[in-house]
Design a binder for this molecule. Sequence first.
Ligand code: AMP
Ligand code: TRP
Length: 338
Amino acid sequence: MADGATEKKLILSGIQPTGTFTLGNYIGAVRNWGPLQDQYRCLYFIADQHAITVKIEPAELRKKTLEAYAQLLACGIDLEKSLVFVQSHVPTHSQLAWVLNCSTQFGELSRMTQFKDKSRKHPDDINAGLFDYPVLMAADILIYNADMVPVGVDQMQHLELARNIANRFNGRYGETFKVPEGYIPPVGAKVMSLQDPTKKMSKSDTNPNAVILILDDKDTIIRKFKRAVTDSDTEIAFREGKDGINNLLTIYSAVTGKSIDDAVKEFEGQGYGTFKLAVGEAVADHLAPVRDEYARLIQDKAYLKECYTKCAGEALKMSYRTLNKVYKKVGFVPTELR
Ligand code: AMP
Ligand code: TRP
């Protein structure tokens, strides 16, 4: 990456390799990452260390990490402009996380909604990593002094915690970390389940009809939209109480670039069946190039390896600057080993 790029503001975000990306991941997060590359210096990574906070088979994690990496590239992230790496390849994140743990309160971690949700879902495995996950996420962000973190709304509480940790550390040890801002997409910050539109669309949903995966083929996408839960009304309008229709309008608007108002006008007087089919077709057409590019990339393991190795090397170099500064501030005896 050219040196001139260092003046650009820095964007960072991560995604867990817990399965094929959903339309929610795509609209709420990943598809916004590509267009940011021209204006900002961008770092994106696969959060494999976050993924082991919930039980996952080792072989499956390995496979899904590579697949997630290829999906990020297929979604328009350009390695000429951005660094895309795997979290566990850059050990400084977890090194910083330890230090940040000591500036984080038990009470604030106990309030994290995602921790409470996941504890409820996996009562037999409420491990310390699951509890500590937001501190590792804060380290991911603060180690690069990121200016902005594009995420869906579900991650805003974690981002707020990262800001609090940064401020607390700066207050105690002197100005060290930049306090990052969130970046929420204008449309589609929360894409809802197609089967229960009061719940977010999630990779871990057990009902496949609830979730559109970005690698689903056209027929599958259309079939899932045809089955989408709406309401007993007949009007296509965006308003409170019409969660299913609101979600479909949001998705349509996000993939076509049309405003919600224009979408409402376009379907005025039409039935839900026609509308659902149109949304399904728009989504399938929009995702077709992503699917094709993914199919090409996932065949080329040597290329993927070359990319993630080179990017991790650069990220490691960048991150050592912050880690060394932090170690010095907290009073660790310096060593020549880093
Ligand atoms: P995760 O699947 O939890 O690793 O999430 C990766 C990114 O996708 C994060 O920025 C989330 O906020 C975003 N995201 C996940 N699900 C949704 C959804 N249903 N709607 C919008 N954004 C989402
Ligand atoms: N916790 C995020 C999620 O589940 C993924 C993530 C890990 C992340 N580290 C991050 C996102 C740092 C933004 C910045 O979606």
